[in-house]
Design a protein. Sequence first.
Length: 79
Amino acid sequence: MNVASLPQVPGQRVVRALEKIGFVVRRQKGSHVILVHFQDLSRRTVVPLHGSKPVKPGTLRCILKGASVTPEDFKELLK
């Protein structure tokens, strides 16, 4: 997965995109939101919410890996 091909988006937008494909907010601790897929509980990820600052590319790559989402699918979810 090429880190440079990932878009720079804030954490709240990442959360909204993942909610479109069945992720729900399990809980929040401080500025980090823990999301799990409503059917497959092994698909779990943590998204940092730091205002309007974009999520760093390496962090976004790890978020997508935990959610089992490809960068191409993620780009489609942002539309």
